[in-house]
Design a protein around this ligand. Structure first.
Ligand code: GUN
Length: 294
């Protein structure tokens, strides 16, 4: 079994980006500037956004955190989005999800200008991605592809079973892995809560991408020997014995499944850090595209 070490690979990617930023600085050019909008005080979202902002500082990007109160109205949030769209200083931004229940997420994501949509959630970017055109690819699936590429995991002609059809992970990774190219050319089965006899499908899988959010869901008797397992789950499980009061669990019963797997991602330290690195990569890309347009 070989560990797909997202921490190590994400650090490599961040070093590559930091070197590109240093070059930009030396040439007297503007460095990339990422903004993050966070509404409310959800614990996990605060952690993720904090981590994104800190990563920006480390690699030499500029960053801005727009932290709005839980009571922010949809209209007020739309106004913030319009301001960011019009702010020439900002190359890309994200609106951290989930949003409070009284705000229509779809309405907000549609308002983000596609050229600044470094999350790749706008239909323009999602559509371009699906058509194999240059776009911003959502950071989590982008990170999975990069991990597979850098470890040279064979995907061509392999059967990849994706668990979960979310707009952020399951749906886009199923599209990307079925396309032509490196870390792709797979035969993909996209499974979800209405799938019948999931186990018969996962037992046929050469590669499993699990993006379900159910701790320990994928058990050893559901996979075949030599399987490649990508665990996207990152659920907080209450544990009073720990100082933080919780631990992070993936979708995969790591202990048992890793004994059968050829490659497997750990949680934490697998897909999570890759997601941040690819958001930074998208922001660098946004800066380069804006420079070309200027
Ligand atoms: N919530 C969970 N994952 C993500 C992500 O990749 N981007 C944003 N904006 N919110 C998220």
């Amino acid at each position: 079994m070989k560990l797909l070490d997202g921490k190590k690979i994400s650090n490599q990617i961040k070093e590559e980006i930091a070197a590109a930023v240093a070059d930009m600085k030396n040439r007297g050019e503007k460095v990339p500037h990422l903004a993050a909008v966070l509404v409310g005080n959800d614990g996990a979202s605060l952690t993720y956004v904090g981590s994104k902002v800190r990563s920006c500082e480390k690699i030499g990007f500029r960053s801005t955190l727009v932290h709005l109160p839980e009571e922010t109205t949809e209209e007020q949030l739309l106004q913030e989005v319009y301001k960011l769209n019009g702010n020439k200083d900002i190359d890309g931004y994200i609106v951290q999800l989930p949003l409070p229940k009284h705000i229509d997420e779809e309405k907000i994501l549609l308002a983000v200008h596609p050229d600044k949509d470094v999350d790749g959630f706008h239909p323009t970017n999602f559509g371009k991605m699906a058509l194999d055109m240059p776009s911003f690819v959502p950071a989590t699936p982008y990170g999975i592809m990069e991990l597979l590429k850098r470890y040279k995991v064979e995907t061509q002609g392999k059967h990849c079973v994706v668990i979960g059809r979310s707009h952020i992970v399951g749906r886009p990774i199923s599209i990307l892995m079925s396309q032509k190219g490196e870390a792709a050319d797979a035969t993909v089965t996209l499974t979800h809560s209405r799938t019948k006899d999931l186990k018969s499908l996962t037992l046929q899988a050469d590669i499993i991408v699990s993006a379900l959010g159910v701790p320990g869901f994928l058990k050893a008797d559901m996979v075949k020997d030599g399987v490649v397992v990508i665990d996207v789950g990152i659920t907080r499980v209450a544990d009073p014995s720990r100082e933080r009061g919780y631990y992070l669990s993936g979708d995969v019963d790591f202990e048992a499944v890793s004994r059968k797997a050829s490659y497997i991602t750990p949680v934490p330290g697998g897909v999570g850090p890759m997601t941040i690195a690819m958001l930074l990569k998208n922001t660098l890309l946004a800066r380069e595209r804006h420079k070309e347009m200027a």
